[in-house]
Ligand binder design. Structure first.
Ligand code: SAJ
Length: 441
């Protein structure tokens, strides 16, 4: 059979399996991205195999237990009992898979360089068992060129040709944990392939289980889409934080300024100042872009500047606490400072890159006695010390100053105003309350 005919036969064979939902789907990395994706495809009727390096995660899933906030255990249990989903640590299952989505972490090293080790090890394992007709889709947020430069050569070394005997795409994950409106099935899914045939295969695959699929020209466009989305956010948050610094210097309430600007029905989108930038996406993803552009001699100055401004917010907050205590005739040294909320954003338990950690360390460095309350975070280990979350109202009445770092909805802010001597509010959580006890960003 000629190569072209062979390629068409390979494409048609996989297309048929995907359309018939008999394609065996594999998801590598069963975290907040991979598990919801696995569940969506299993619910649509595919048999899905999840692969993860953590045996505890795999065993829990096979017992029908979910470790991901957006996926109830009952859902996992049902899919496991009907043999629609199972998890394993054994990559050799790839031999029998038709499609694989790679949903592993892409953190930054301390040097702000991308840590590609999770992607590299996953691809190396997959390559050991790769076979003709496989569709491989990388979902981990990464710099433009990763799929072309890191994944493609690995498969080409095995003699594969993308778009002919295997299909390779990039599709950015857009999971927003805890989002009550947008979940995996109804968040538009961008996908770009090494070749048009790869893109079409990726589009066909996702359209079996997800509401909207957005095919783009190639993998680099798809990789860049995600970085634009999150860089846009990070830079605008940086602008909001710089506005807070300017307004602070001019005695203007920045929150009133933003709320009033947000009444503009077009051409404006509100972002808000805060104690700093936390999470596993926004503070991280833009530096994948700036790292890559630096290699071609282009300085991503917006990203660097926003990173500097956002990174400086914990210091600004601690300076504000110091000034507020001094106004009340107290030094930071020896004062009891109670932190209300330590998670990186409201109503979740995620502590990754949380600015609360920087604020606590900076306060301790200045001699403050620091405690915290966070109903989502029962305890936290910092600088070798384990802190336990305390009851807010009681702790507030004992404290010289309360700092609202995370504005959880279930905090009793009215009660806090009655019990606290002094409140530094970094989230405008005390909006609507007027008192000289309250110091706002
Ligand atoms: N933050 C501010 N001011 C703002 C918005 C956020 O200081 O106006 C802070 C938050 O407190 C947090 C950090 O920025 O510390 C990140 O917050 P985020 O609202 O961006 O939430 P994330 O990190 O969960 O971002 C995710 C991203 N989702 C994906 O990457 C798939 C992001 O693209 C989403 O836009 C965001 O959720 C969302 O909208 O919830």
């Amino acid at each position: 059979m000629q190569a072209a005919e062979k390629a068409i036969a390979t494409f048609e064979a996989l297309k048929r399996k995907i359309e018939a939902k008999t394609a065996r789907v594999g998801i590598v990395g069963l975290g907040y991205v991979g598990l919801p994706l696995a569940v969506e495809f299993a619910k649509t009727g595919f048999v899905v195999t999840g692969i993860d390096v953590l045996a505890t995660k795999v065993e829990g899933l096979n017992r029908g237990e979910s470790h991901v906030q957006d996926i109830p255990s009952s859902e996992v249990a049902k899919l496991v009992s009907t043999h629609r989903f199972r998890a394993t640590t054994d990559f050799s299952v790839v031999r029998d898979l038709d499609t694989i989505n790679i949903c592993v972490p892409t953190p930054l090293r301390k040097t702000k360089d991308p840590d590609m080790s999770y992607i590299v090890s996953a691809v190396e394992e997959i390559a050991k068992y790769a076979h003709p007709g496989l569709l491989v889709i990388l979902e981990s947020t990464t710099y433009p060129g990763t799929t072309d430069e890191l994944l493609l050569p690995t498969f080409e070394k095995l003699g594969f040709t993308a778009g002919e005997d295997f299909f390779l795409c990039f599709s950015p994950e857009r999971v927003d944990p805890g989002n009550p409106v947008y979940q995996t099935f109804n968040t538009p899914k961008v996908v770009g392939g090494i070749t048009p045939a790869c893109t079409e295969m990726g589009r066909l695959f996702f359209s079996q289980a997800l509401e909207t699929v957005v095919p783009v020209a190639n993998t680099r466009v798809a990789e860049m889409v995600k970085l634009l989305e999150n860089t846009f956010r990070m830079i605008n948050i940086g602008l909001a934080n710089e506005m807070a610094l300017m307004c602070d210097g001019m005695g203007i309430n920045v929150w009133e300024v933003i709320d009033a600007a947000a009444t503009k029905p077009f051409g404006f989108m509100p972002f808000y100042p805060g104690p700093g930038l936390g999470g596993h996406c926004i503070p991280i993803d833009p530096f994948y872009l700036s790292w890559k552009t630096k290699q071609s001699g282009i300085e991503a100055r917006f990203i660097e500047l926003a990173g500097y401004i956002n990174g400086n917010m914990p210091h600004f907050v601690v300076d504000k606490v110091q000034k507020a205590l001094n106004e009340h005739g107290k030094p930071v040294k020896g004062s009891r400072v109670h932190i209300a909320g330590v998670a990186y954003k409201r109503n979740i338990d995620d502590m990754r890159e949380s600015p609360a950690l920087d604020i606590i360390l900076l306060l301790k460095k200045r001699g403050a006695l620091v405690s915290y309350s966070d109903p989502f975070v029962p305890s936290l280990k910092l600088d070798g010390v384990t802190l336990q979350s305390a009851e807010l109202r009681e702790s507030a009445s004992d404290a010289d100053c309360v700092v609202i770092v995370t504005d959880h909805s279930n905090f009793d802010y009215k009660g806090l105003l009655n019990s606290a001597r002094l409140i530094v509010d970094t989230r405008n959580a005390m909006k609507g309350f007027e008192s000289d006890k309250i110091v706002r960003l």
